[in-house]
Design a protein around this ligand. Structure first.
Ligand SMILES: NC(=O)c1ccc[n+]([C@@H]2O[C@H](COP(=O)([O-])OP(=O)(O)OC[C@H]3O[C@@H](n4cnc5c(N)ncnc54)[C@H](O)[C@@H]3O)[C@@H](O)[C@H]2O)c1
Length: 254
């Protein structure tokens, strides 16, 4: 039987029961990896074969070390780490409380730091690894009312480059995927539930050169490439996946 591309690899996906995380887990499992979907929310459907749920709060060091102990005991190694857990707070800085600020940095930035820090020893066991962080196009340009979110994603971009420099010599590659609008619960919450949501959503689709949002499967395709051997020389980069949204000059819309 032909060997699958990610056979014998172990993938840990944080935010693994979220919109993007679920698609990533399914894709990596389809390519042959054993996948641990780690999230603070358990899945509400039965997971396909090859995907195992583990409870995780990325902001809590003891929750992260407990997960790593379990992975070490059960799977013995980590080859692929996807840091997809994230939250969004839709506020200007004036409306953002210090608690809001600390909470979003705790999940989006500290979470990426903590999980990566404790995954590295398990990654070294195989002499290679791929870490895929989640930035955002909001780390380069700003959407209105997402001030703290934009700041966290800029921090993830900088952290990605720094991690790539430090761990490249041990054959551990670190990249960030920077999505545009991807159709998930996070995007639906961004649109809210009042007013003419369908017209708003269509207007947003229309400003994309591709005239649509991305899907979680679009993102999972790039994760799969970055995770695998064909991306063996790809590291330290911020991969924007936004249907061309940020390629266009905004004056075209006037
Ligand atoms: N959807 C988009 O349009 C979009 C755009 C750019 C970037 N992103 C980024 O992609 C990633 C995934 O987003 P999504 O759209 O799938 O969002 P989502 O809300 O569907 O999923 C996020 C997941 O993270 C989990 N999570 C939150 N806090 C956690 C914690 N403390 N510990 C463990 N898990 C926690 C949630 O339970 C959820 O399952 C996020 O980092 C997000 O910022 C999304």
């Amino acid at each position: 039987m032909t060997k699958l591309p990610l056979e014998n690899r172990v993938a840990l996906v944080t935010g693994g029961t979220g919109g993007i995380g679920t698609a990533i887990c399914k894709r990596l499992a389809k390519e042959g990896a054993v996948v641990i979907a780690a999230d603070r929310h358990a899945p509400n459907v039965e997971l396909p074969e090859g995907i195992f749920f583990h409870d995780l709060d990325v902001t809590q060091e003891d929750s992260v070390t407990k997960l790593m102990d379990s992975v070490e005991y059960n799977q013995g190694q980590i080859d692929i780490l996807v840091n997809a857990a994230g939250i969004e707070i839709e506020k200007t800085i004036e409306d953002t409380s210090l608690d809001d600020w600390n909470r979003i940095f705790a999940v989006n930035v500290t979470g990426t730091f903590l999980v990566s820090k404790y995954a590295l020893p398990l990654m070294r066991k195989t002499g290679a690894g791929s870490i895929i962080n989640f930035g955002s196009y909001d780390g380069f340009i700003a959407d209105p009312q997402l001030a703290a979110y934009c700041a966290t994603k800029g921090a993830v971009h900088a952290l990605t480059r720094a991690m790539a420099c430090d761990h490249g010599p041990e054959n551990i590659r670190v990249n960030a995927i920077c999505p545009g609008y991807i159709d998930t619960p996070m995007l639906q919450s961004f649109f809210g539930d009042s007013g003419d949501i369908e017209s708003l959503q269509q207007a947003v689709r229309d400003v994309h050169p591709m005239r649509r949002y991305g899907t979680p499967d679009d993102i999972a395709g790039l994760v799969n490439w970055l995770a695998g051997d064909e991306a063996r020389y790809a590291s330290g980069q911020l991969w924007v996946l936004d249907g061309g949204l940020t390629a266009q000059v905004q004056q075209m819309r006037l």
